[in-house]
Design a protein around this ligand. Structure first.
Ligand SMILES: *[C@@H]1O[C@H](CO)[C@@H](O)[C@H](O)[C@H]1NC(C)=O
Ligand SMILES: [Fe+2]
Length: 425
């Protein structure tokens, strides 16, 4: 009898395990921070931490940092390697944070640039290796990489490696970049870590709680480092703050909101958002996307009941609903979750799809506990590191996919077609 039982059990075990693993994916524990560049000997006379961001439809801002002072804020560029017929000048800034003094932060806007074209460039003092980037296409299709809460761990490098292989056009980052958390040299190491990607494609970012870096008495200003290092094209959209702005690319109007600056009715951000939504021409930009750090919809047990989430949602949800926003991406919760189209906590064909993509790989690890039972409006949720890709095929169809970091490979774990417009009131 016992012999038979054992055999039956042995026979069933792989099946039980297979069922088990198809239900839940067991993540390995988070890996330690790498801080690779602190131990790396850098040439202080070379440009470093190069990143680029779109300014209007045909210009690009090139940002880099010099440890040595006195180098020109100048970029030389052209469309073939080693030849730079064009040149542009910009501005230089620095900041202090308690005892830390930043290097010289240079920002130069170049253009007009041709769409879908590779540009080669060198930054002052021109001792650097040559960098290159590709401008976004002139029309559909266009592909975005989307990931928040990156940090700088082994998991971050795995996520970045997968993103670099995705052939994306523009990066959208919903906040929490370096996890420097007041240790300013970690902003520098983060800049070096992302440079291979951020010098190569535009990175459009907004800020999270880890960017605030305000300490009573010692440093009373918020966002000092973030604003100095990650200047975004806010003036072009009529915003008066680097903490919120919008931009357009191909057929998309993309709005970046700030979860950690005033958002209540009548605040500067609220009024700006209202005006910005009123200016949108859906014939020109049929897609409307919003990026924010703290999620308005979230069935993870992490970050429940926070004012930056429910306060902003109660202030701004109506504006987004009336404007027929297609997708709202958020970070903050270190996991992936996709909701159906929602308005006021109920499924609604006219509301946006809400997606949490805070799974970039930072040192705080994953948020793996979920509310039970799962709310009906939550369609897919999983606590694994990874990244998202939004492939906007044409004016009416886009494919969203979430790619889990399975060790050294990116695996598509969730994918849907999003159609626009899908709303029937
Ligand atoms: C848009 O793309 C979808 C998916 O590939 C396709 O089915 C549809 O026909 C396309 N629409 C137009 C107008 O080309
Ligand atoms: Fe956060």
């Amino acid at each position: 009898m016992a012999y038979i039982k054992v055999h039956v059990l042995l026979f069933l075990l792989p099946i039980i395990l297979a069922i088990e693993s198809s239900l839940s994916y067991e993540r390995p524990p988070p890996r330690k921070s790498i801080f690779l560049s602190l131990s790396q000997d850098l040439d202080s006379s070379s440009p470093q931490q190069v990143h680029i961001s779109m300014v209007g439809e045909d210009k690009m801002r090139i940002s880099w940092i010099m440890e040595d002072s006195g180098s020109p804020a100048t970029v030389k560029y052209g469309t073939s390697p080693g030849s730079y017929p064009f040149s542009a000048n910009g501005d230089t800034t620095k900041y202090r944070y308690i005892l830390y003094k930043s290097g010289e932060i240079h920002n130069v806007v170049i253009g007009p640039l041709k769409p879908n074209t590779v540009y080669y460039y060198i930054c002052g003092p021109f001792t650097s290796p040559e960098f290159n980037f590709k401008t976004p296409p002139a029309g559909f299709p266009i592909k975005f990489a989307v990931v928040g809460d990156l940090g700088q761990t082994d998991w971050t490098t795995s996520t970045l490696d997968h993103i670099s292989k995705s052939n994306y056009d523009v990066m959208l980052l919903p906040g929490d970049l370096s996890y420097a958390d007041t240790m300013q040299p970690l902003w520098d190491s983060f800049g070096r870590l992302v440079e291979p990607l951020s010098s190569h494609r535009p990175w459009m970012v907004t800020q999270g709680n880890h960017e605030v870096e305000k300490i009573p008495i010692l440093h009373s200003q918020s966002f000092t480092s973030y604003n100095a290092r990650w200047l975004m094209p806010f003036e072009q959209s009529g915003s008066t703050s680097n903490l919120y702005y919008s931009f357009e690319v191909v057929g998309l109007h993309i709005i970046m909101l700030g979860s950690y600056t005033d958002f209540g009715p009548g605040s500067a951000q609220y009024n700006w958002l209202k005006n910005d939504l009123n200016k949108i021409d859906r014939k020109k930009t049929p897609w409307l996307i919003v990026i924010v750090h703290a999620p308005w919809y979230n069935s993870n047990t992490a970050h429940q009941g926070e004012y930056e989430s429910y306060g902003m949602k109660s202030s701004m949800e109506d504006l987004l609903f009336k404007a027929r926003v297609d997708i709202v991406f958020a970070g903050h919760v270190h996991a992936y979750e996709r909701f159906t189209r929602v308005y006021k906590d109920k499924a609604n064909n006219c509301g946006p799809i809400y997606i949490t993509i805070g799974d970039g790989g930072n040192r705080e690890g994953l948020a793996s506990k979920y509310q039970d039972p799962k709310p009906d409006i939550s369609i897919f949720r999983e606590a694994s590191f990874g990244h998202g890709e939004l492939d906007v095929v044409n004016a009416t169809h886009a494919q969203w996919s979430w790619h889990r970091n399975d060790d050294d490979e990116a695996v598509v774990a969730d994918t849907i077609w999003i159609t626009n417009p899908s709303c029937t009131l």
